[in-house]
Structure formats: C-alpha cells, structure tokens
Design a protein around this ligand. Structure first.
Ligand SMILES: *Cc1c(COP(=O)(O)O)cnc(C)c1O
Length: 229
C-alpha cells in the first residue's frame, strides 16, 4: 500500500510539473512520517523514497537510528533551542528556522560536528497567531542576520498556509511565499541564488503548490494513511 501510494504521488508530481512547464526533477517529495513507525519508513524506502520529514524530535531520534543510514531526514516541526543540538546532528535539513536564537544554536552545533546544515526559513504567510514562522515583513532582517552564521546554508523558505477546505484556497499563500522568495533572492540572501528552495504543499494541496513554484512538497497522509492519534 505505502509503495503504491509513493508511486502514485510521484506520478501526480510528474504530471503536474509537466502540465505547468516545469521539470519533474526540480520537485522533491518529502514523505512526512511523523507518528509512523520505522517499518513504514522502510516500506517507502524500499520503493525508492529517500527523504522523510519528522515533526517530533524524540520520536524521530529513535526512528532515525532504526532506519537505513542513507535515508535523508528533514525536520519540519517547531524547534526549541534546547533541542537544536539533536536536530543539527541528525537531520540533513531543518525547514523551520523562524528566529535568530534557533538559527544561532543550529549553527553552533553544526559547527561542532564540522558540518554545514541546510536550512529553510519558515514564514507565517497567513499571520496566524497560533502558528510558528517569521512574519513576511520580518523575513529579510532574519535572513540578513543569518548571513553571519558560517555553518548554515539558507536554501529557501517554507510555509504552512492557513487551513482551507479546498486546495485552491492555498494558492494565494503559496504565491505570496514565492514572491517573497524572489524579492529576497534579488538581495542575495540565499546560499544559492539560482536555486532557491520553496517547501510548500501537503497531501491536500501539493499540486497547487507545484503550480505556484514549490520545489519541496511535504506529503504524509496520502502516503502513509491516517496517522494514529
Ligand atoms: C503533518 C505535516 C505535513 C503533512 O501533512 P499531510 O496532510 O498528512 O500530508 C506537512 N508539513 C508539516 C509541517 C506537517 O506538520
């Protein structure tokens, strides 16, 4: 089941990309395995899925040790400073940097294990008080300050838009993130100006996200099924 789901999502990504004139290889599928057992990760890995997203650090720590060492892990949850060390050690990318304090902590611990850590800055495009993410107008300052951190590579932006029942409700938010990324890229605030990452879109709206420029889509339920409570 997991395997055919992965294949199906890959096919949809491919069709969507081609339909809007993009290269399917420019869109990476992040399989969100939060609250799913290591077995589920293995099943997806067996059919070629190599990148997985986790929200809960404790959960992830155990899973990462159990899974194949060539699996790549993205942290997509809210990160506290006291967990920055574990995140910097275990994850290939942290998608949810939204304040300088956490950026500094990740930089410090990445440095201690002599690695460069890929990160995204999470933007709260919908300005929802309950959500993490830097406000759009504060993103530039944060990115400027992060330039001073030698062990972080700021690859792009990530967002979780306000919940909408229809996939198309997310479109304006995705578009806003892309426009913001273009403005910031003009000011040379990303590690690689020509290849700015945009992580947006989940099971319900990833095709809309691809149409609006996503380079990473985070899909959980549509691959693994409903998560245990
Ligand atoms: C859970 C989660 C997802 C995946 O959501 P689905 O609707 O299950 O695809 C994507 N991104 C983040 C940040 C999440 O927490």
């Amino acid at each position: 089941m997991i395997c055919s789901n992965v294949e199906h999502i890959r096919a949809v990504i491919r069709e969507t990309a081609l339909r809007c004139g993009r290269g399917p290889q420019d869109i990476e599928l992040v399989a969100v395995s939060k609250r799913m057992p290591a077995d589920a990760v293995d099943a997806a890995y067996q059919c070629g899925q190599t990148v997985f997203g986790e929200n809960y650090l404790q959960d992830a720590e155990e899973k990462i040790r159990q899974c194949d060492p060539s699996v790549r892990w993205h942290f997509i949850g809210h990160l506290q400073s006291n967990k920055a060390r574990t995140a910097a050690e275990l994850f290939q990318m942290v998608e949810t940097v939204d304040r300088l304090k956490i950026a500094r902590a990740l930089d410090k611990y990445a440095g201690r294990c002599s690695r460069k850590l890929d990160v995204l800055v999470q933007v709260n495009v919908g300005r929802e008080p309950q959500k993490s993410g830097v406000l759009p107008e504060k993103a530039r300052t944060l990115l400027r300050e992060m330039q001073a951190l030698p062990n972080l590579r700021v690859r792009g932006l990530m967002t979780m838009p306000p919940y909408g029942r229809a996939p198309d409700a997310s479109r304006p938010w995705f578009r806003a993130l892309r426009i913001l990324s273009e403005e910031l890229a003009r000011d040379n605030l990303f590690y690689a100006k020509e290849k700015v990452a945009l992580s947006m879109g989940m099971s319900g709206d990833f095709t809309v996200a691809i149409e609006e420029g996503a380079t990473l889509v985070r899909v959980g339920t549509a691959i693994f099924g409903k998560r245990p409570a």
